[in-house]
Design a protein around this ligand. Structure first.
Ligand SMILES: C[S@@+](CC[C@H](N)C(=O)[O-])C[C@H]1O[C@@H](n2cnc3c(N)ncnc32)[C@H](O)[C@@H]1O
Length: 446
């Protein structure tokens, strides 16, 4: 008997690249913190804390459920196991946030997992899982022209932009153009540290992958060349992920403020995927968006500061009157989006909020030449939420057809979503939009 304390990882980590990356960083921090501590041993498969009940941290994060020990009794007092638990918990929280559930039986808190499961997980630390295929050796999947069996694109020099991908044949909307595993991934850190980490990662790659990485564009060559390549090319591994991935072919795709393709991270396959979001003609450049929207001056400033280039896309190359008209539409989109996001307005004036959703959809269509499924996703979702919040089941159910298609997009974030299927679904809408438009005074909403 005795009193236990520790933390559980809830839910457990998976084998995906993001979890693996975070766990590796966490283990490195623990190793360096306790490098000179004679009571902490680095065993072949885990870190062993020789205190209390000798808790362990495995090198394979997906096996981990609990870090704990009895914290009462002579043994524990002598070996200060409580201190290890406190410090390891704090560091784990900095990497995994609320997934780390601290518990302490002294104050009637108990772990989430059954002890039988925990013991089973600890026993599994002894065996190492089969070696994983290094990311860089997994080939990319490139869609092919069904007639010629050649890839759908070629790499060409593009005026003012360096290299880029150009469609070899007509590509229809929804086509998966390319799918790649990252050559390497990196989380934000000081440039000096990043350079060292990247040098180590690069060294471990096969020669061909090293060559691919080093051949990528670098807007900031100089003191930190590897970091410069990552800054110029990395795409986030998932919505809002701090981890960036660098890809041999996807990183050759240039930016456009009216892109014809979309990039998304698939957490299950750990691949970045490029889909056509509008029909692309043979000879047309394949482009994605690096920016966050806004008027041309906002985009220009962002692209210069974040990526150090002046945009030469079709939209930014328009003459003043057309560019001015585009900027006016972008400002309208921004103000409608802000108004829809106002929770007080949504609660007190739902009809106005729904009208804004409808106007936003129209403004998006005007600005993006009719191809707005991705950007429209949130507008439909917001309209659905407003209707549901006000008990308007009829309108909400009209919107569900749209929401069914778009929730996937919204759930995965409208800007960098994953796992979106671009089946040739009739754009969400027409019926639901008409229904949203019927906002007359007799309407029972609000
Ligand atoms: C990820 S790389 C794209 C591939 C690059 N063009 C190459 O030659 O390797 C990003 C760089 O491409 C160029 N680029 C991308 N989109 C551009 C655009 N719309 N206008 C001008 N340059 C662009 C910029 O130099 C930018 O730093």
């Amino acid at each position: 008997m005795g009193i236990d304390a520790g933390f559980d990882m809830v839910p457990p980590l998976s084998k995906n690249i993001v979890d693996r990356h975070n766990w590796d960083q966490f283990i490195s921090s623990i190793k360096s913190l306790y490098r000179d501590d004679p009571q902490v041993d680095i065993e072949p498969n885990y870190i062993l804390f020789k205190a209390g009940e000798y808790p362990k941290l495995p090198f394979e994060g997906h096996k981990f459920l609990r870090f704990s020990s009895k914290i009462s009794g002579a043994n524990a007092r002598v070996t200060k196991v409580e201190g290890y638990i406190t410090v390891v918990t704090r560091i784990a929280k900095s990497y995994f946030g609320s997934r780390v559930r601290y518990w302490d039986e002294c104050v009637d808190q108990y772990g989430i997992y059954d002890w039988s499961k925990v013991w089973e997980s600890i026993r599994s630390y002894e065996q190492v899982c089969g070696a994983e295929i290094p990311i860089s050796l997994v080939p990319s999947i490139t869609s092919h022209d069904p007639i010629s069996e050649l890839p759908l694109f070629e790499i060409e020099n593009i005026s003012h932009k360096g290299r880029g991908l150009v469609a070899r044949c007509n590509i229809s909307k929804g086509t998966r153009i390319l799918c790649e595993k990252p050559l390497l991934t990196l989380r934000p850190m000081a440039p000096g540290d990043a350079e060292k980490v990247l040098a180590t990662q690069l060294k471990a790659l096969p020669k061909e992958s090293q060559r691919q990485f080093l051949s990528l564009h670098n807007t900031k060559p100089g003191q930190h060349p590897f970091t410069g390549i990552v800054k110029t090319n990395a795409l986030p591994c998932g919505p809002d992920s701090p981890i960036g991935g660098v890809y041999p072919t996807i990183c050759l795709i240039n930016h456009s403020c009216i892109p014809n393709s979309h990039h998304s991270w698939n957490n299950n396959t750990e691949q970045e995927t490029i889909h056509a979001i509008r029909p692309i003609k043979a000879g047309e450049e394949i482009t994605i968006s690096y920016d966050r929207g806004g008027t041309s001056s906002v985009r220009r400033t962002f692209l210069k500061e974040a990526f150090d280039f002046d945009c030469h896309c079709h939209r930014c190359s328009l003459l003043t009157p057309e560019l001015g008209a585009s900027d006016a539409r972008r400002s309208l989109i921004q103000s409608l989006d802000d108004a829809i996001g106002d929770p007080f307005r949504m609660a007190s004036r739902p009809k106005d909020s729904l009208r804004d959703c409808s106007s936003l959809l129209q403004a998006l269509r005007d600005e993006y030449d009719g191809c707005t499924e991705i950007l429209s996703a949130r507008a439909y979702y917001d309209a659905f939420q407003i209707s549901i919040a006000h008990g308007d089941q009829a309108r909400a159910s009209q919107l569900t057809a749209n929401v069914a298609v778009v929730t996937n997009m919204v759930r995965n974030n409208v800007t960098t979503h994953c796992e979106i299927t671009f089946d040739p679904v009739e754009p969400i809408g027409n019926q639901a939009e008409e229904y949203m438009g019927q906002l007359d005074d007799e309407d029972d909403l609000g």
